[in-house]
Unconditional design. Structure first.
Length: 84
């Protein structure tokens, strides 16, 4: 449940920083357009955007395949955490 709250707060940050469309946030975070984010890319991008929460925890939760990268389909899970 604590993880759930962490992800919800991250989604609130993204919608505050990039607007309601999480695809806009993805495009901003995936600066090189590779279609995936390494942990280093993710941490740098969210910090540059002003996120100072537990980025490593959020990354680990989003990396469902445990391959050390977040793909767009893994990122899209965040849609489930948006406020209705």
């Amino acid at each position: 449940q604590e993880f759930d709250l962490t992800v919800r707060e991250f989604v609130q940050f993204l919608t505050f920083a990039f607007g309601d469309n999480l695809q806009d946030a993805w495009q901003a975070l995936d600066e090189d357009g590779s279609g995936s984010l390494t942990e280093e890319e993710f941490n740098e991008a969210v910090q540059a955007a002003g996120y100072f929460g537990p980025a490593r925890v959020v990354f680990a939760l989003l990396d469902g395949s445990d391959d050390g990268e977040i793909a767009l389909d893994e990122f899209n899970v965040l849609e489930n955490y948006k406020k209705k």
